[in-house]
Design a protein around this ligand. Structure first.
Ligand code: ADP
Ligand code: GLC
Length: 497
């Protein structure tokens, strides 16, 4: 019986959000940020949300973050039995996070690998994680209405639910929504490893995990999830083309009516120049004087010339071809010659790390490079730079261009994926209308990039125009509410089916 006066939510859904990263505990890229900020939106809309993530060594070093439930979930993989420990954390937004602990697999220095090499047993690691999640639904008798899972590390969940569903029909009722954050990473393994998965032989089939004679984890989700989403409308279209479909464009075209691009938001509390705990000074769209102080602190910290008035370009990225870092390396000398300084933070491909160190050595005082992962410096670069370089060859969504706009650091981007959906190119019309928020190149080439940077540097001298653009960029609404509504609409339609 419902007590008088209590609101009744007929539409409350149980949502399980399964991810390999979560910014509270461990972060490699934007997936971690999404996992930390999207589930609270579902909870705020009145739904019951559980997040599942592996318990990495980084969690163990922040023990206060999670408490040991003393419960275990038992699964099999690679002919072995794994008793996976269950840790629990309740976020400040009231979201339950379950961390699956098995130190031999996850208590390591890296998340997916170390020193640019993936762990050899990644298939086993994520097979154990995914099975533990599926098993936990039964152990806890908490079966979600919606299983929302992300990228290849969780993409075998449909197979595990189907296999488990042969014994327990409750698995069959779960609606599965798979979000593609990056089609470039598919989780491809030699078929000789199939036995590791603990899946019946018939799942090694082209409708499930087999793809051109190999195990392809991503394929399982693309074929079997009830609905597919990706993280921007433009990327949703691009992945249906041979150029950016990474071999899956045919499957994605066939499923185009069950595929939707929902633009990521950003956490506007963590990424707020008015309150950011990592910044030496604060500022707003209306009063941006604190930004100049951030720039001075950044220049000093990175050993760059501190003469005011010179523009500063910033980069924070995984150092990969995807991000177009090689384009920046190729034109570094010209950027410096054009009068800009450059500060870069990132880690990734070794040749890029070395080439960037070389750039810094060639241009002391004008180019500074920090190799590694540094949350504080990432925030300081977003705040202290004037221009943010992000010429990605493809970009499913991209968060950094949104962070930089919010921090009044105008981005130079390539018209692709989420970059195309978030940055308004400065041209005669948008400058006149006051809607310009950055600079967009049509092709990811060194020439286009250099010309655009030169254009941006010239505009930087026009202080009034620059301030106007900066204000427009800072006032753009990138909050999560709209995106969350997009997901919830998909979820509700599936549940009502
Ligand atoms: P991707 O997920 O493809 O790497 P995104 O732009 O979506 O790209 O997200 C990258 C996230 O990771 C951002 O929050 C960015 O600030 C952060 N990041 C990337 N490299 C570093 C680094 N070296 N140090 C600190 N933060 C980083
Ligand atoms: C991936 C994509 C990036 C996106 C992020 C979060 O890492 O490369 O474009 O912003 O996921 O969805």
């Amino acid at each position: 019986m419902v007590e008088c006066g209590q609101p009744v939510r007929h539409s409350q859904m149980k949502i399980a959000f399964v991810t390999a990263e979560h910014a509270l505990f461990v972060k490699v890229g934007g997936l971690a940020d999404v996992a930390a900020s999207l589930p609270p939106q579902f909870a705020a809309a009145g739904h019951a949300v559980r997040v599942y993530v592996p318990y990495y060594a980084q969690v163990a070093s922040n023990l206060h973050l999670a408490w040991d439930t003393k419960h275990f979930v038992t699964v099999r993989a690679a002919g072995r039995v794994f008793h996976v420990g269950l840790f629990h954390h309740v976020t400040s937004a009231g979201v339950d996070v379950y961390l699956m602990r098995y130190d031999e697999l996850f208590g390591r220095g890296g998340v997916y690998g170390e020193g640019n090499r993936g762990y050899e047993d990644n298939l086993l690691r994520f097979a154990v994680f995914q099975q533990a999640v599926v098993e936990h639904f039964a152990v806890d008798e908490w079966f979600p209405d919606i299983l929302h899972f992300h990228d290849w590390h969780t993409a075998l969940l449909p197979a595990y639910c189907a296999a488990r569903g042969e014994l327990d029909r409750r698995y069959g009722a779960i609606k599965q929504v798979f979000t593609i954050h990056n089609l470039g990473y598919q989780g491809v393994f030699d078929p000789s490893q199939y036995w590791v998965l603990n899946l019946p032989g018939h799942f090694y089939h082209q409708d499930w995990v087999e793809h051109f004679g190999a195990i392809n984890c991503m394929k399982c989700a693309l074929m079997q999830a009830h609905y597919l989403t990706t993280v921007s409308p433009t990327y949703a279209k691009e992945i249906q083309t041979p150029a950016l479909g990474f071999g899956f464009d045919g499957i994605l075209r066939a499923r185009q009516h069950e595929l939707k691009g929902i633009l990521n938001g950003i956490d506007t509390e963590v990424w707020d120049p008015a309150t950011d705990v990592y910044l030496p000074a604060h500022y707003t769209a209306v009063n941006a004087t604190g930004k100049a102080r951030c720039k001075q602190v950044l220049l000093k910290a990175m050993g760059l010339h501190t003469r005011p008035g010179l523009p500063l370009c910033g980069v924070v990225a995984r150092l990969t071809e995807q991000k177009g870092i090689d384009l920046i390396i190729a034109i570094m000398d010209e950027i410096v010659r054009a009068g800009a300084r450059v500060v870069m933070l990132g880690s990734g491909e070794q040749w890029m790390e070395e080439a960037l160190r070389g750039c810094a050595a060639r241009h002391p005082g004008n180019v500074a490079v920090r190799i590694g992962f540094d949350e504080r410096l990432a925030h300081l670069i977003e705040a202290g730079a004037d221009i943010f370089l992000m010429p990605s060859r493809f970009e499913p969504c991209g968060l950094n261009q949104m962070y930089s706009m919010r921090y009044g650091t105008l981005p130079v981007v390539h018209r692709t994926g989420g970059l195309a959906d978030t940055v308004v190119d400065a041209n005669d019309e948008t400058l006149r209308l006051g809607t310009a928020t950055g600079f967009v190149i049509d092709e990811p080439t060194t020439r286009a990039l250099l010309e655009k940077i030169q254009f941006a540097l010239a505009l930087y001298e026009d202080r009034a125009t620059w301030r106007r653009m900066r204000r427009a960029a800072m006032q753009t609404d990138f909050s999560w509410e709209k995106s969350a509504r997009g997901y919830l609409q998909v979820f509700e339609q599936l549940v009502q089916r």
